[in-house]
Design a protein around this ligand. Sequence first.
Ligand code: GLN
Ligand code: ZN
Length: 785
Amino acid sequence: LSTIDAIAAVRSFLSTGLRISAAMASHVVGYPRMGPKRELKFALESFWDKKSSASDLEKVAKDLRCSIWQQMSSAGISYIPSNTFSYYDQVLDTTALVGAVPSRYGWAGGEIGFDVYFSMARGNATCPAMEMTKWFDTNYHYIVPELGPDTKFVLSSHKAVDEYKEAKALGIETIPVLVGPFSYLRLAKPAKGVEPTYNCLSLIDSLLPVYKEVILKLKSEGATWIQLDEPTLVLDLESHHYEIFKKAYEYLGSEVSGIKILVETYFADIPAAAYKTLTGLKNVTAIGVDLVRGKKTLDLIQDVGLPDGKLLFAGVVDGRNIWANDLAESISLLEKLCAKLGKERVVVSTSCSLLHTAVDLKNETKIDAELKSWFAFAAQKVIEVVALAKALHGSKDEAFFAENAAALASRRSSPRVHDPTVQKLASEIKNSEHRRSTPVVNRLEEQQKHMNLPILPTTSIGSFPQTLELRRVRREFKANKISEEAYIKAIQAEIGKVVVLQEELDIDVLVHGEPERNDMVEYFGEQLKGFVFTENGWVQSYGSRCVKPPIIFGDVSRPKAMTVFWSKYAQSLTKRPMKGMLTGPVTILNWSFVRNDQPRSETCYQIALAIKDEVEDLEAAGINVIQIDEAALREGLPLRKSEQANYLNWAVHSFRITNCGVKDTTQIHTHMCYSHFNDIIHSIIDMDADVITIENSRSDEKLLRVFKEGVKYAAGIGPGVYDIHSPRIPDVEEIADRIRKMLDVLELRVLWVNPDCGLKTRKYSEVKPALINMVTAAKKIRTEL
Ligand code: GLN
Ligand code: ZN
């Protein structure tokens, strides 16, 4: 290298603000906060229970952050994010950042501490928590900001600055991450008392100065880059949204010169209009795109290009799944981008924050080596990102790539993955119609002839309280500490108790209570072929809560009946109809890590076939009412309208496959949580279940509005008459009132009476009186009619 070259290299190095060569740049959008063994969860819960101090909690948090930065730094990531840690949620952190605390939490101004922060997250003695809702189409939930014309934004949290400084003290330069101002407002809702049509985006002008202030603070601490996450840009927006976005970033760009702005988008293709708006912004130096979910984004970049001087953060490593990256495929994609933009402008990145995947494969001791070689959790994905960046620039780690290629080859050809029989069956059903031949109205008549139920029949959703004793029995059986015989006895005794209780309560259609199940997906996944379970593959759902999704790695089939034994036993104890209880294919799919080597629909069809076998076995065993829960059907809905019809089509088809083969006299129920159904009501009708029980009581009877508006619904329907998520016991009049309201919009002959959801998280001391009141209310109305 000549001196001139060397100086030029140093200049370009300084000008892009990187610590290592810009020519090997790598980046991670965000990282899981919980820790490899859910350390943060336990620290939070112990703090909330007053078993440990604030400084104990802070210590755990600090250690987690530092170990993540060190891990990324030693892996060689050039753009390491900071402020992706959170004690609860990054949107709530933003609410704290800008001081948008709803007045009911009694905040008096100043730096927001744990008190106010956790009150907003979890409620306090005098007021409930802020609303929480799903973060796009993930299973993560954020705290919804409540804004209105009176909201005054003021910088009220130094968390972002503190974290930047904390990393710097370790000698690690980071790129601080904030939820972008546009997405923050777009994800907010009008506060209580504000017009429901109020547009939170109208607050942008008063919000931006706070962003400016924090960004300048970061800059004065030495930050050279800032990452603003604007995932709402991938949604269906209108042109005035782009105008607001443009104005916002023009303002920030001109007010905070000297710090480079990266705008991150993720979770779907970036629409052309959003891409053009974004790349047209003079002061946005870099944009991040999701190239895993955004299959059309590559074409867009190739067609439209990227103005000179701007960088592309190419999200090729999947942040939403646990599969090892196909490094060869990623390299070929990255090379296409490099050919178009030039190598120095492409930064290898993750598709989105790694928050949505498991933390570290290292802690899995029970999964065999072959399967493990197919997986990459967050820690492994960091390594993949660096390996790709290096390979792109001529320093390919041949051994690492060879190992990856071998693992992928074994996955592609493994008989553990591919079962020709299943594939044949699944491909045959794809293009045919599966529908029960008799219309639902006639089926219901046939069923009623056999069942002879009263009007307003009462039922429950499936689970009964899961006592400590019950959990102990299941745990000990799993650990081989008690015999199968003892286990069966204990579960049967529990079923017996639940049956007797329901008969005493005079409920019409009974359930067995699900005492044998830990979780409605895990229970089935453990018995189906093609699934594997992790020990520590936790993913944050909200606050300290995590879920451990099963991994579907292979073709799915059912070696033997899964629920028949228990349902048959339960039915033998009573003359009343006993519901068989299954989880539907779409819910099993949406609550799992799904294979990426075939379309999701294909996997869903395979699960549907397995559940179909179970439905038919239950019917043959004399179970005449079968409930197939599809609690998560709504969750899988794609973000973009243009993709929704296709999803609903195969999802609803999969559901129908499970039960199209039963007799007219077999009554198929389904159950759904959450009540945002108004936009998909026609798909729900198209599921063609005989009866649907559905969440209703937490949503101001939103659900009923759709029927008021004239949607014809011929099947049975049980909108929940009370909220099981709260320990409160509803009184008879309150439930009766609810039923009367439903009767205003629904025909008497279709209406069922049931709680909102399963009772497993409640205590018997809550469940008994609530169900007594529910049955009393139903009987009362029967006599009024
Ligand atoms: N049958 C399940 C239960 O009662 C349904 C749970 C759910 O909808 N999430 O527990
Ligand atoms: Zn439910």
